[in-house]
Structure formats: structure tokens, C-alpha cells
Design a protein around this ligand. Structure first.
Ligand SMILES: [Zn+2]
Length: 212
């Protein structure tokens, strides 16, 4: 699981994604397959959201002979909604963490500055609060990534619950991740969120079956 600083870095500074592909070289019969990884570094998710959603605030779209002021493609509208929601929540969390450690509310600043400060303040609070902060930042990272289509949305597993706390379990719809328990409180002795490899779904189902 990525730590808080890493998530904040990808939200505010830059994000690197790896694309794997292969090429085949050589004459027929002797052709060799080569695997490659191409790394792309892009601006942070917040910057990307803000650029992508403000693009749609430009001149009104013209469709045929009709001018439609203010209309935007659904994807861009969604990015603006996600950006607004993250900005508001980040600002609220920063204020509540500041007040929690005996500071004033502080002057308004950019969402990137708020996030960096949250990353610092999370080191001054108790473990439970720090876990809550981590869960929130992970959710913003995930929502921003989905809006920018870096990640598949998450789905809830049917008929299976966490064997430790009974909460719902989720996984990325493209099965690109482990299954995780949705309760932020559900952690092991080391404070690590409980997850299961995809191969463990059957085991989880078996454990559930006596209750059916
Ligand atoms: Zn659980």
C-alpha cells in the first residue's frame, strides 16, 4: 500500500505510469519477442483535473447551427465535480487537523499546499486520526484517477464480507488489485489495511458459507 507522502506527491507534483508492450523483431522463423516498459511522467492528478476541467470553460460549444452556452462533455463535467469535491474536503480536513493540534485555522491557500500541509500534520496526530487521513487521501487519489481514467472503478463483492469485521469487500472492476476491506478501522496488528489476493476469493466464500 502506498504511503501518504507518495499519494500526496502523485496528487500534487507528478505521477509516473508504466505501460508494458512487446515487439517482435527478426525474420520469420527466427523472430524474437522483446518486452518493454515505457514510463510516462505527467503532472500531478490535481493539476491534470484542473487543466482538463477548465478547458471546457472556454468558448461555448457550437453544434451545427445551435450555440449551447455552458454545455460541456460529460467527462469534463465529471472532472470538475471531482475536483470541486476534493478541493472542499482537503480544505476542511486541513482546518480540522490544524485545530486538532492547537493551531489557528490558517490563511487560505491552494489545494496542493493544503495537501502538503495535511501530509505534515498527519505526523503530529494520533494513529487512529492518521489512519483516517490516509484513507481520505487514498479516496481522493482514487477518485481523481478514475475521473482521469487511470483506474477502473471499484465494485463491491457480492455474497462475501470481511471475515474480521463483516464489512463489505471491494476490488477494482478490472481485477487489477487485491480485494480490500472497506472499513478503515479493519487493520492487522501492524496497522496495515486487510487485503486478499484475487486467488483468495474462494477461501473467503468458503468461510462465509456456514452463515448462509
Ligand atoms: Zn474488515
Amino acid at each position: 500500500m502506498r504511503d501518504l507522502a507518495e499519494l500526496v506527491n502523485e496528487l500534487t507534483r507528478h505521477i509516473t505510469t508504466a505501460t508494458r508492450y512487446s515487439t517482435t523483431l527478426g525474420a520469420r522463423g527466427k523472430a524474437k519477442r522483446h518486452r518493454h516498459v515505457h514510463y510516462t511522467t505527467a503532472p500531478g492528478l490535481i493539476t491534470q483535473l484542473s487543466v482538463a476541467s477548465s478547458r471546457s470553460c472556454g468558448p461555448p460549444l457550437v453544434t451545427g447551427t445551435r450555440t449551447q452556452p455552458g454545455s460541456r462533455p460529460p467527462g469534463q463535467h465529471q472532472m470538475l465535480v471531482v475536483l470541486d469535491s476534493i478541493t472542499r474536503q482537503v480544505s476542511d480536513l486541513r482546518v480540522s487537523l490544524r485545530l486538532g493540534v492547537g493551531k489557528s485555522r490558517g490563511a487560505r491557500q491552494s489545494v496542493a499546499q493544503d495537501l502538503s500541509e495535511i501530509s505534515y500534520l498527519a505526523r503530529l496526530v494520533d494513529r487512529r486520526t492518521a489512519r483516517h487521513v490516509h484513507a481520505l487521501v487514498r479516496r481522493w487519489h482514487s477518485n481523481a484517477s478514475i475521473a482521469l481514467t487511470y483506474q477502473a472503478p471499484t465494485i463491491q463483492l457480492r455474497d462475501v464480507a470481511c471475515p474480521y469485521c463483516g464489512s463489505a469487500l471491494r476490488v477494482r472492476a478490472d481485477a487489477s488489485t487485491d480485494v480490500w476491506c472497506t472499513s478503515a478501522e479493519c487493520v492487522d496488528d501492524d496497522g496495515v489495511r486487510r487485503t486478499w489476493g484475487r486467488g483468495a476469493w474462494l477461501m473467503l466464500l468458503e468461510r462465509m458459507s456456514p452463515a448462509v
